[in-house]
Design a protein around this ligand. Structure first.
Ligand SMILES: Cc1cc2nc3c(=O)[nH]c(=O)nc-3n(C[C@H](O)[C@H](O)[C@H](O)COP(=O)(O)OP(=O)(O)OC[C@H]3O[C@@H](n4cnc5c(N)ncnc54)[C@H](O)[C@@H]3O)c2cc1C
Length: 482
């Protein structure tokens, strides 16, 4: 079979790229190892309930942001509800509602953390956030792939947004310190919120990414049917998805000039160009050619202790329409085997009949963990660790949500090993590369591909993690290749 494009991976980035290119008239094959679409934003079904496997929230739906543009361009039949408050932070001594409306949000902060200049901080964050989005969507030629791209980049009439660039070199913490913010509860709320998006703490997160991460909850949406609805809507726009096709080998023909031969667990497929959406660290094993292997080995797999994986709990609880939101971050003591101090709770919408039955709500809980905690254990030790971690989190959940033991049903857990099994990601590392002041920003600017007509997308590439970012990466690449 001969295709214009072979896309490796049916996660959010691969499906977006494939669907957009197919709309432009190209013949596109998507090769996916798993039997379902979505990758880290996939789903699974058990006993009549549909669980989001990883990601649960959609953002980037404000006008002209990536998901807004994607849904419009592909006319995706999604039933979206804006979630307000976008997140509820439950601290030991107070609960904070992150309202969409900026004035209401400032009032909430003033009420819960009086005496801080919230107006100054949040106007600054919102200004940087706007500019950050502007930069990442206006500069479609990043990564820079040619001299022409550099010239185009310089000519863009977005110089105003460039004024946010110094925020790449200063941390969120420095900004807060400059504003003399030292309320420990407030700092802890911001730090844990940052951890969801930047995968890092405020002391090391660049203000630019930090502002974008801290602002996401005012742009949070729920799709009826959850991630199943989102991923399936995208997959429906791709005519040639080959599920259960694990890519084993990629052979560039005449250095990519004559296309590629891609060997999967089932067959060999030929294509003119290849777009891979798997993490950069997974690549060296896919190429035989020494030069290409050596190229990828220059991006060595990170020390698994430098990136994060996730511990997951899936369950159902009795429906309660009175709860104030769908998304919660619960602060707690250090969680066993995770070393994090909060976990994220995501509920299915009370009116979402597609995911849930019998007057219950589906819950996905996630928290960060290091993959090495879960490797090389005996079966018994692995089970024991899972139980200790789950028990701790569920006890806190019961207390905060006023639930009894018998209210919790269909409880299942997932670890980095589960992510390896279902997403094939190196060491089960998910959530992308943590944003860090120590990361060289120049890294973003170069196209990391050793072979002609071979491109990479996804959350270890520009512009980073989260569905909105990987969708934007795919949109930018489509435009570049068109
Ligand atoms: C627990 C968790 C919660 C999250 N919550 C949110 C959230 O609420 N909102 C949000 O915006 N983002 C969230 N994220 C981040 C978001 O899910 C990811 O950044 C995004 O989905 C990554 O998409 P991707 O296409 O880059 O990669 P993936 O989703 O990893 O897709 C890559 C695909 O490639 C396939 N694959 C891998 N190797 C091979 C191979 N050799 N052959 C064939 N196929 C292969 C995999 O099976 C996978 O389907 C969350 C992530 C996690 C883990």
């Amino acid at each position: 079979m001969e295709f214009d494009y072979i896309v490796i991976g049916a996660g959010s980035s691969g499906l977006t790229f494939a669907a957009l290119m197919e709309k432009k008239g190209f013949k596109v094959a998507v090769l996916e190892a798993h039997s379902l679409p979505g990758g880290c934003s996939s789903y699974f079904e058990r006993e009549g309930y549909t669980f989001d496997a990883g990601a649960t929230t959609l953002s980037g739906l404000k006008e002209n942001r990536p998901l807004f543009n994607l849904i419009k361009e592909l006319n995706l039949p999604l039933n979206l509800t804006a979630i307000d408050p976008g997140i509820v932070s439950i601290l030991p001594d107070k609960t904070i509602f992150r309202f969409k409306d900026q004035k209401k949000w400032r009032n909430e902060l003033e009420k819960k953390f009086p005496g801080i200049d919230h107006e100054k901080l949040w106007s600054r964050l919102s200004d940087i956030e706007e500019k950050g989005w502007h930069l990442s969507s206006a500069f479609k030629n990043i990564p820079l792939r040619s001299i022409g791209a550099v010239t185009g980049f310089l000519k863009l009439d977005t110089l105003k947004a460039l004024s946010s660039l110094p925020a790449l070199f200063t941390s969120v913490e420095s900004e807060l310190r400059a504003l003399k913010i030292n309320d420990s509860g407030y700092l802890s709320m911001l730090d844990e919120l940052l951890f969801i998006t930047a995968q890092n703490h405020m002391s090391d997160t660049p203000l630019l990414m930090g502002a974008m991460g801290l602002s996401y909850p005012d742009d949070t949406y729920y799709a009826t049917g959850g991630m199943k609805a989102f991923s399936k809507a995208l997959a429906a726009k791709c005519s040639h998805i080959f599920y259960r096709h694990t890519v084993k080998k990629i052979t560039p023909l005449n250095d990519g000039q004559n296309g590629f031969e891609v060997v999967t667990s089932k067959q060999t497929i030929r294509g003119k160009k290849v777009v891979s959406t798997i993490p950069i660290w997974n690549h060296s094993e896919l190429f035989d050619e020494k030069r290409v292997k050596a190229f990828f080995q220059r991006y060595p797999a990170p020390d698994p202790s430098a990136c994060w994986s996730a511990f997951m709990i899936y369950l159902t609880i009795p429906l309660n329409e009175k709860r104030e939101g769908l998304y919660y971050q619960i602060h707690t003591d250090s969680i066993p085997h995770c070393k994090t101090r909060s976990f994220f709770v995501s509920l299915s919408h009370p009116h979402d009949q597609e995911r849930s039955i019998n007057g219950r709500q589906v819950v996905t809980i996630s928290t960060h963990t290091k993959s090495k905690e879960w490797m090389n254990l005996t079966k018994e030790d692995y089970q024991k660790k899972k139980e200790e971690c789950a028990q701790f989190i569920l006890n806190v959940l019961k207390e905060k949500f006023d639930l009894k033991d018998e209210d919790l049903k269909n409880v299942m857990t997932g670890t980095p090993k589960t992510f390896i099994k279902y997403t094939h990601r190196f060491h089960g590392l998910v959530g992308g590369i943590p944003h860090s002041l120590r990361r060289n920003p120049i890294d973003f600017l170069v196209a990391r591909s050793p072979v002609q007509n071979f491109y990479m997308l996804g959350d270890t590439q520009y512009p980073g993690q989260g569905i909105a970012a990987v969708v934007l990466g795919a949109q930018n690449l489509c435009e570049f290749l068109d």
